[in-house]
Design a protein around this ligand. Structure first.
Ligand code: GLU
Length: 440
C-alpha cells in the first residue's frame, strides 16, 4: 500500500510555524518512503477561510519547497459526503439525534462512544489509551446542519486514502474520538504520529510574543527557506550523530518517525540565525552578494553609485557576521557612507581615552605613507608603531577602528582597512580627528 500523508491546515491568513512543521514532517516522511504528500484545506470556517488565507498557505508551502501530490482537497466541497457518513452512523446505531445541549434550534447529531477503552500505538508517543468512563459522546453535526471538525477530518482522511496522520500533539485527545469513528464505520484507522509542542525559552507554547511565529514573517525578515525548513525539521527530530545543517534532500534520506522525540522542542532565535548563516555559506559568495544588495535596496540603503567590486569586498569581509541578508545594511552601512555616525559609547571609551587621539595621529602618519596598503602591511606597520611607542596593540586598534567605522564592533580591523583602501581610510581618520581632535 502506498504511503499517503497530508497537511490539513485551517486557513486563517497566517501560517504558524507549528503548523508548517507538521507539513514538513508529513512531506519528509512521504518523500523518504517514496509515498505521496497531499494537501487538504479545512476551510469550513467561512469567515476566516478567505481566498487570501488559502493563498497564504499555498505561498508558504511553495516557498519552503513542499510540493504536493494530487489536487488539493477543499473540505468545504465535501459536505454531502460528511452528511452521508453521519446518516450511515445514525442508521447503524453509532449516532443519535438530540435537541438538548445543542446550540441553535433543531436537532444535532451526536456520536455515541462505544463504552469501552480505546487504545492506539502512536508512532512518536508509543502506546496510548483512554478509559471508557473518561470519554463522552460528542456532536458530529451541529443543529444548523454543519459537520463538526471530527467528522469532516475523519471522513476526508478516508476519502483521500490517508495512511499516516502526522500532526501536533494538541490533537491527541481528538484522536481517541477519531479512532472510535473509524471503528464504527468498520474501517482500520490510519497510523498516527503526534508531534511535540513547540515552546519558548520559558517552556510555554511558542507564540507571536516570542518573535516571529508565522512563516511569512521569517520570509520578510530575510530567512532562507532551506534554513527555516532545516530549523523546523530539527524541532522534534534529529538524525543522530550531531548532524544539524542539512539540505532538503539530505533530510529526506534520513527522516524516520522513530527518531522523532515526544518532549517539547524549544525554538531558539539565536540557533535559527546560526542555521541561516550556515545555509548562507552553502549558497556561496555570489548569492550572498546578490541577497545583500536586494536587502539594502529594500532597506533604502542602496545607492546607484555603489562600486560593485567594493560592495563585494565588503560582503566578503563581513563573512560569517552576515547571518541574514539584512545584516549587511544593519551592521556595515558605515562602509558605504563617508558621513557615518559615531557611536557615542565607543567614542567615549575608545577615542576620548587619555592619549588615544595622539596615538591616532601617529597611526595616520604611518598609514598615509604605507605602500602597499594590505591587511598584512597595515598589521605589520601598526605592530611596529606599537613597539616604537611602547604601547599594546589594543591601544592602537580600538581608536583606529572607531575612527574609520564609527563603532567598536565589526570585522577584523586590518581586513577592514584593506577593503576600504588607503585613501578612504586616511580620509576617515582625518575626519575623525577634525571632529574629536583638540588642536595638536
Ligand atoms: N485543521 C486541523 C489543524 O490545523 C487539522 C489537524 C490534522 O492534521 O488532522 O489543526
Amino acid at each position: 500500500m502506498t504511503v499517503r500523508t497530508r497537511f490539513a491546515p485551517s486557513p486563517t491568513g497566517n501560517v504558524h510555524i507549528g503548523n508548517i512543521r507538521a507539513a514538513i514532517y508529513n512531506w519528509l516522511f512521504a518523500r523518504h518512503v517514496g509515498g505521496e504528500f497531499w494537501l487538504r484545506l479545512e476551510d469550513t470556517d467561512r469567515e476566516r477561510s478567505t481566498k487570501e488565507a488559502v493563498q497564504t498557505v499555498l505561498d508558504s508551502m511553495a516557498w519552503l519547497g513542499l510540493d504536493v501530490d494530487g489536487e488539493p482537497l477543499y473540505q468545504s466541497t465535501q459536505r454531502a459526503r460528511h452528511m452521508e457518513v453521519a446518516e450511515q452512523l445514525l442508521a447503524s446505531g453509532h449516532a443519535y439525534r438530540q435537541d438538548k445541549g445543542c446550540t441553535g434550534k433543531g436537532e444535532c447529531v451526536v456520536f455515541q462512544m462505544p463504552g469501552r477503552d480505546i487504545s492506539f500505538h502512536d508512532e512518536v508517543k508509543g502506546d496510548l489509551s483512554k478509559k471508557a468512563e473518561d470519554m463522552k459522546d460528542f456532536v458530529i453535526v451541529r443543529s444548523d446542519g454543519s459537520p463538526v471538525f471530527h467528522l469532516g477530518n475523519v471522513v476526508d482522511d478516508i476519502t483521500m486514502g490517508i495512511t499516516h496522520v502526522i500532526r501536533g500533539d494538541d490533537h491527541v485527545e481528538n484522536t481517541f474520538k477519531h479512532i472510535a469513528i473509524y471503528h464504527a464505520l468498520g474501517l482500520p484507522p490510519p497510523k498516527f504520529a503526534h508531534l511535540p509542542m513547540i515552546v519558548n525559552a520559558q517552556g510555554k507554547p511558542y507564540s507571536k510574543r516570542d518573535g516571529a511565529a508565522y512563516v511569512g514573517e521569517f520570509q520578510e525578515r530575510g530567512f532562507l527557506p532551506e534554513a527555516l525548513f532545516n530549523s523546523l525539521a530539527l524541532l522534534g527530530w534529529s538524525p543522530g550523530d550531531d548532524l544539524e545543517v542539512m539540505s532538503r534532500e539530505e533530510m529526506v534520506a534520513l527522516f524516520t518517525l522513530d527518531r522523532v522525540r515526544s518532549a517539547p522542542s524549544q525554538l531558539d532565535m539565536t540557533k535559527l540565525l546560526w542555521m541561516n548563516g550556515e545555509h548562507l555559506k552553502r549558497r556561496g559568495l555570489d548569492e550572498i552578494v546578490a541577497g545583500c544588495e536586494a536587502a539594502m535596496k529594500r532597506q533604502g540603503l542602496w545607492r546607484e553609485d555603489m562600486d560593485p567590486a567594493y560592495f563585494r569586498a565588503v560582503v566578503s569581509c563581513m563573512g560569517e557576521r552576515i547571518k541574514l541578508f539584512t545584516d549587511l545594511g544593519e551592521q556595515a552601512a558605515f562602509f558605504f557612507n563617508e558621513d557615518f555616525a559615531y557611536d557615542e559609547k565607543s567614542v567615549r571609551k575608545r577615542l576620548l581615552k587619555e592619549g588615544a587621539l595622539d596615538i591616532l595621529r601617529e597611526e595616520l602618519a604611518v598609514l598615509a605613507a604605507l605602500e602597499p596598503f594590505t591587511a598584512e602591511s597595515t598589521d605589520a606597520a601598526l605592530h611596529a608603531l606599537a613597539e616604537r611607542m611602547g604601547r599594546g596593540m589594543g591601544d592602537l586598534v580600538h581608536p583606529l577602528r572607531v575612527a574609520v567605522s564609527g563603532t567598536g564592533v565589526g570585522p577584523g580591523l586590518f581586513e577592514m582597512l584593506a577593503v576600504m583602501g588607503k585613501d578612504r581610510s586616511v580620509a576617515r581618520i582625518q575626519r575623525t580627528l577634525s571632529i574629536y581632535g583638540t588642536p595638536a
